[in-house]
Ligand binder design. Sequence first.
Ligand code: ADP
Length: 406
Amino acid sequence: MGLSKDDVLRLARAVTLPSGARAPLDDQVEWASVCEGFFALKLHTPALSDPADRGVLAASCRAALAPAADRSGTPIQSLIIEFVDELGTTVQTVRFGSPTQSPAQTPPQTGRSAQTPSQSAPAGHPPQAPKHPGAADLSPLEVAGSIIAVGAGKGGVGKSTIALNLAVGLARHGKRVGLLDGDIYGPSLPTLLGLHTLEQEASEGRLQPFLAHGVRAITIGKLVERDRPLIWRGPMAHGAFKQLLDRTDWGQLDHLIIDLPPGTGDVPLTMAQVLKLSGAVIVCTPQRVAQDDAVRAAGMFKQLGIEVLGVVENMSFFVGDDAKVYDIFGRGGAEQMAQRLGVPFLGAVPITMALRANSDRGDPSANFDPGTPLAAALEGLVTQLENQVALASMRSGSSRPALSIS
Ligand code: ADP
């Protein structure tokens, strides 16, 4: 039968804090998920600043869950415990395998600054996309490890910005990342990645992706005239999207991120038919109207058999020069929506002038300059996404999503 999410929450909330703070965890357990032996907990424990104390607490949580899980008939195969700060940014992750394994810890994060030389290089084309042995025989998409769609209920909520920054963040974690601008009605990657002065190259009938900020990117915005309105009927939209996917020389990828058009149109349908997706991320601003549209987007992914890996609350809050936090749009709305939908909340990104300015000048790497709330928020998102992708792939195996429309 296995433990339910409520069982996990109840057991975790009763765990006692270490270091003399003998109180139970209670509402410091922010979130729990459980699926067939795979458990995840999110803890916000402001009193515990010492990583060693957090490690002790994580071990206590496992000790509380493991016997109950054993008794339920579904023992722990994997338990991921994340410690987050007040912005929802991950500060430490502790992972346990089955009870015989010792925990693996990621160090507390203070913002990554490590870059491969290519990540800081200006945009250009790689000399040649690296191929793994036998890749020539495969569709490039079959080589991708995980495929993640980024969607939104409405335009202007920062979907493309988040898709790009997730891609750059994953690349900064050493992953080989492709980014497909599937927003064929309003492609914004040429601006966001600073591609305007570059020409789209093709070799042997295949499009060569641009290499920018560590990401292999392709966009229809580089195949049509700039400033020309892009009007696609259903079959044309299907064809354009499929050609971008199939005709690109992606090379070997760990992640392919797809920036979808806003709303619920033809492209997501095509995508679900032709791709084996790991899941979707929904970007939403906190306001009620944005939430309503995001709920519709979540419904669309459900109909298409695509798991929602999580919700991102963009433009969540604003930190003024006076260091005061202003909840301009009503911070927390998207997180509440995620809770209502029963899907993970990946994190909140503040409104910042830096993000807008870096986007306008095509320099997303600058968003990750360590020590800023923006970098911390983006790092948190990337880590959360990696965790959710890992959980989703463990849960699902890798079956092609069934298309069922009712
Ligand atoms: P969408 O893809 O949802 O239409 P975009 O990603 O193109 O939206 O973003 C719309 C505009 O908002 C862009 O100018 C972008 O730079 C800006 N923007 C997005 N997110 C933020 C943010 N958190 N802070 C400041 N500006 C943002």
